[in-house]
Design a protein. Structure first.
Lengths: 190, 174
């Protein structure tokens, strides 16, 4: 905001800056109202999936994948289970469930971490997984596309999958490579 | 390619509901419960959305972002990144609500089925608010040294920007 103010003053945009404040506030309300319907619908459907145990089955299917990516997470450990659930929730676009499950997974990873102030390699990979949007159906994007009159709001899906996979692959590879250069003390240094 | 996308939502919905009925879950009850939490989320994000959208529209109107975009666009062009999505690419890792509103205004101005509209859609669909995730996840367990996380996450984001521009060209043409 300070940057905006200085730039606006320097470039002589102050009037449009003050208009932007007012328009921005009402624009935010419009945006969240248009997302309300989608959030309700998918919140409901995903809760059905959770209560029926659908998401648990998916997490079981995913566990072999994690063996490759996570170095120190043991199979069937509490951390592995929480990671699987978070992964499944992410895939299904369950943002609400993914974050609480992800924080639970971090807590369990932290239990096995000997240096409590420094991240482990597995934590870095896990956070990367959550900063890439690994969802099957990009609901928010599709909702906005159809709102602005797209002939086929979902047509971008295959492209999105490939893009996410590429980004995640690069992220995890870089993390594995750089992990060696970012040394971490075994114990916390006061 | 287009029809495959159209099948996805109904297919997933039917699959989940049929499975739930098979497992004897009271589907509608579970649905309304989840829908309610969805509604709560929508209102919960409103305050931060107002703050972020105002800050972002100020940034846009002040001309600050344009200066940054001008500085970075030769680099982006070199990698074949579509020029009109660069502001979005810069904002996306920092602010989820802000980039969402910028994405929306981009759709409004160029249309969702244009080249830039599709690139922006793929980009938005394949990256999350990186710095938000890093802050929340590490913050929750009190980790201060994130080591290789930020450099790796930035590489991942840049990959997504480059790939999205090229893959849309490949799938849909310009």
């Amino acid at each position: 905001m300070v940057v905006s103010f200085v730039c606006a003053a320097a470039l002589g945009n102050m009037q449009s800056l003050s208009d932007a404040v007012l328009e921005g506030a009402s624009g935010a309300v419009d945006l969240s109202i248009s997302l309300l319907g989608m959030l309700c619908l998918w919140g409901g459907i995903m809760n059905v999936a959770q209560e029926s145990g659908f998401t648990v089955i998916i997490s079981r299917i995913l566990s072999p994948l994690f063996k490759v990516v996570f170095k120190n997470v043991k199979k069937e450990s509490p951390a592995a289970q929480a990671i699987s659930m978070n992964f499944a929730a992410n895939l299904l676009g369950l943002g609400n469930a993914a974050t609480p499950l992800g924080l639970e997974a971090m807590k369990r990873l932290q239990l096995e971490n000997r240096n409590k102030s420094s991240a482990t390699d597995d934590m870095a990979v896990f956070v990367l997984m959550n900063s890439a949007a690994m969802r099957i159906i990009p609901t928010t994007v599709a909702a906005l596309r159809s709102k602005y009159g797209s002939a086929s709001p979902m047509e971008i899906m295959p492209a999105t999958w490939i893009c996410t996979a590429a980004s995640l692959f690069v992220g995890i590879t870089v993390s594995k490579l750089l992990g060696r250069f970012f040394r971490r003390p075994e114990r916390e240094t006061p | 390619m287009r029809t495959a996308g159209a099948y996805a939502i109904p297919a997933v919905m039917v699959m989940i509901v049929v499975f739930a009925v098979f497992k004897k879950v009271s589907v509608f009850e579970a649905f309304t419960k989840g829908a309610k939490s969805g509604a709560v989320t929508a209102f919960e994000i409103l305050p931060s959305l107002v703050g972020l959208v105002v800050a972002v529209s100020m940034l846009k109107e002040s001309g600050a972002l344009e200066l940054l975009v001008k500085a970075l666009s030769p680099v982006a062009t070199f990698f074949g990144i579509e020029k009109s999505v660069i502001p979005l690419a810069l904002l996306n890792p920092i602010s989820g609500g802000g980039s969402l509103s910028m994405y929306e205004s981009l759709l409004k101005s160029v249309g969702p089925d244009s080249y830039a509209g599709r690139v922006a859609s793929v980009m938005m669909g394949s990256t999350e608010t990186t710095f938000y995730a890093v802050t929340v996840y590490y913050g929750s367990v009190g980790i201060r040294r994130t080591r290789q996380t930020i450099p790796a996450a930035v590489c991942a984001d840049i990959t997504s920007y480059i790939v999205s521009s090229h893959i849309v060209k490949l799938f849909f043409g310009v």
